[in-house]
Design a protein around this ligand. Sequence first.
Ligand code: DGY
Length: 328
Amino acid sequence: MARQKLTVFITRPIPKNGIDLIKQYAKVVLRDKDSIITRAELLAGIKNADIIVPILTDKIDAKVLDAAPKLKLIANYGAGYNNIDIPAATERGIMVTNTPGVLTDTTGELAVGLMLAIARRIPETEHIMRAGKYPGWGPLMYLGHEVSGKTLGIIGLGRIGNRVAEIANHGFGMNILYHTQKKERDVERSLGAKKVTLATLLKQSDFVTMHVPLTEETHHMIGKKELKMMKSDAFLINTSRGPVVNEKSLVEALKKNEIAGAALDVYENEPKMAPGLSKLKNALLVPHIGSATIEARSAMAKLAAKNVVAFINKKPLPTLVNREVLIK
Ligand code: DGY
């Protein structure tokens, strides 16, 4: 007798390659609306699911898990998994996977792009052009900062932090400082990068870029005190998670020109922004597009689907997050 197919609930359309792969092995229930799922929709959808494929805006907490008696796997569509209560999932014997590695280049490129764009005032001056306010070339107009040879401070040196270090050092001869728990000998050897304390990194860097996951320890790791440590002509770039920076303190620091500028892809309370942020000329703001390339998004779909398929076929999961669940 044929085994009954497992039910996979996908909370929002993801690239078709991932959905098609899952469909070969399971019954797919796709919430076919391209909008953020409501709590009620999530609770209703997860009720009969054996597997869920959520995205980073879907909060999978203990209450949601309690509404999912059949759930065995959460195959997150995203590298960051701070949207999921991992201990609560592990406690219930539910596996969690994510999609690391396949968005490294894409997100690294955005961080570097933001660094160049804010340093050279590209969005700000583009607005001037479009508004017809360019009066003609002048030697003292629209001066920005050069990136070449400057010091880049990288907070969190995982895959993306590493890629940014590589591009910045190979492409622009930037000196790399990094702040992580453990020493990264490879990067030290290949790029001459130096591990320093957070305070040293903030005091010495011309550009500071965030690449940490959001955890209790990293929440608000950049706040008023840390912003004051930065040089007044330094820039902050954040493509990781919004809450690692205290956005209200950042707005204050930018208003007082305590730092030269900030380029943000992520926000504390997405899709909202801290009051005043959108009015600041020294802020460059993009809507969480870190992984938004055709290449990365379809690779993420493929990897999420591979995790689902491996689970169905009782094979090791390619990117299991909560290994402890295996010994439960
Ligand atoms: C991720 O995968 O965590 C990214 O933030 C998505 O852009």
